[in-house]
Design a protein around this ligand. Sequence first.
Ligand SMILES: [Zn+2]
Length: 420
Amino acid sequence: MAEASHNYTLLKADRLIDASGGSTIDGAALLISGNEIAAMGRQADVRAPDGATVQEIDYGDATILPGLVDCHTHLCAPGDGTPGDEISKEDHQILLLQAAKNARTILHSGVTTIRENGSAGSTTINLKEGIRRGLAVGPRMVICGRPLAITGGHMGYWGSEVNGPWEARAEVRQLLKEGADYIKITATGGSTRTSDPNIASFTVTELRAITEEAHNHGVLTAAHCTSAQGVQNCLDAEVDMIIHCEFNEPDGTTVERPDLVERLIEANAWVNPTLHVRRAAIRATEDRKSEGAFSKDDQLALDNQYRDLDSRVKAVGGMIEQGVKMVAGSDSPWGYYAPGEFVFEMEMLTQAGLSNSDAILSGTSWSAASIGADNVSGTLEVGRSADVLVAGGDPLSGMPALWDVRDVFQAGTVVQRGIK
Ligand SMILES: [Zn+2]
């Protein structure tokens, strides 16, 4: 127990979920000393040392949780449907301001840790440093800087196009020198105009060079994969996280690949399926429809979007059933997925088959483990930085409870959100 002269904050709520996988504590209290969690448990058992000054907040019907962990963001994007090809034409100073605005929104929503999956140039490297210096407000950031792409490949416009194993190794070293915490790879094409999402990009030799170099430096790797061949290549190269994990063929058809699902389980790889980003695009189309001037072709395209989302949810559900490790990562503010709405992705994972309690873990402790941040984030533990979300109601009865953000604490200090 820390000394009595420290500042203490005592949070009380009807429930506490520490996200370690154990049971909920009813009638709970969490004691913050300075920037750390000093104690937690039942209200009768948690108290500050005698004589200490304690600020007490009783939230009543609410739940104390670890700050959420979103393992997939793109802070440069506005989240209004602007394509990446267009965003990449913006001045990087504008993109840095956009990123700072998004980081603040994300923190205010209860997400205290993010893994940034790739933005322009040095924007997120500078934002992370700016947050450290108190120049901007935002969550703890695990950054890649820029994703590695082949020439013309997905997100190559951010500035790290490489070809061949040695160029790839050199860029890994460069990114680590600039401050990258992990290495992101676009192993297939994507929405980038000059790329094809159904076709693998890097060869296995190139991917092996990247993962070997990253692992040699003790950092993790994650790859955008929207084709079956891309997933297979990444498994061959021992990539740690498979993002999207779609089994598309070069002709655009989607196939079942039980062999690859089996390999994902054997490899103990994390999968970040990014479901809501599709639903957000559907909702944008529905909005357009409600405004009128919606053609027959538009309707056909919308029907296709519905079918695609449905089959994605089923495919992810199948993987969950077979034991693939699923984590929540929003992909926001990419496409139409506005920042600060991470809860939508956790909710989509429940639609795919995760229980409410597992969905909470997918957005806290599992997500933290998947990005190598489980030593600082994702669970409530005595001695840890007090990154805490207090949400109204009970998320075990459904993810929407997490929309009701009562308070967010970052390293023991309440985040001033300007709304009460
Ligand atoms: Zn992404």
